[in-house]
Design a protein around this ligand. Structure first.
Ligand code: S3P
Length: 172
């Protein structure tokens, strides 16, 4: 059994890299946001709007724990906030677990998120300046939790292939 976890801020490429990595390793690819959506029968955006963030964080914790307790091997892309709530960071390492923090600069994240922020509940409806401020604050608050990962991969100016190769090198 082998569980590979990808964490990092929104826009750091967790889901795309997880797909590429899982194909290369011929492993199942899972995405925590999708698993939560299946469980709730609602999109993440709807969960935030209708039930609020606390409800989302509880569900995120429950689904993450259940997934980690399930047998089998997979690559799992976490949500951007997952490690920072409900002691989820404690699940970032363990016997069968290898975790990677896809680390990006505020500027990289801002450039990626500014074009698609309306789909993301934490930054929807915010101005460009506010978005930059939110990213900076979140990175500051979440840094400790992201750094509980086994490996840190800098992703600024790297392609999906380059990031995947960097992860494979760490696994070799
Ligand atoms: C969140 C990130 C999102 C999603 C939710 C909250 C966060 O996941 O879980 O909107 O707190 O940073 P992605 O990073 O996959 O967009």
């Amino acid at each position: 059994m082998r569980k590979l976890l990808l964490c990092g801020y929104m826009g750091s490429g967790k889901s795309t890299v997880a797909k590429n990595l899982s194909q290369k390793l011929q492993m199942e690819c899972l995405d925590l946001d999708h698993l939560i959506e299946q469980h709730a029968q609602m999109s993440v955006k709807e969960i935030f709007e209708k039930k609020g963030e606390v409800y989302f964080r509880k569900l995120e914790h429950q689904v993450f724990k259940e997934t980690m307790n399930s047998p089998g091997s997979f690559v799992l892309a976490l949500g951007g906030g997952t490690p920072a709530y409900a002691n989820n960071h404690e699940l970032l390492s363990g016997d069968d677990v290898t975790s990677f923090y896809l680390k990006a600069s505020i500027d990289t994240l801002y450039q990626r998120l500014i074009t698609e922020h309306e789909a993301r509940p934490l930054i929807a409806g915010k101005s460009a300046d506010e978005i930059k401020e939110i990213i900076a604050k979140h990175l500051f608050d979440r840094n400790f939790y992201y750094l509980q990962s086994n490996h840190v991969i800098s992703i600024d100016q790297k392609s999906v292939e380059e990031i995947t190769s960097a992860i494979l090198q760490k696994l070799a």
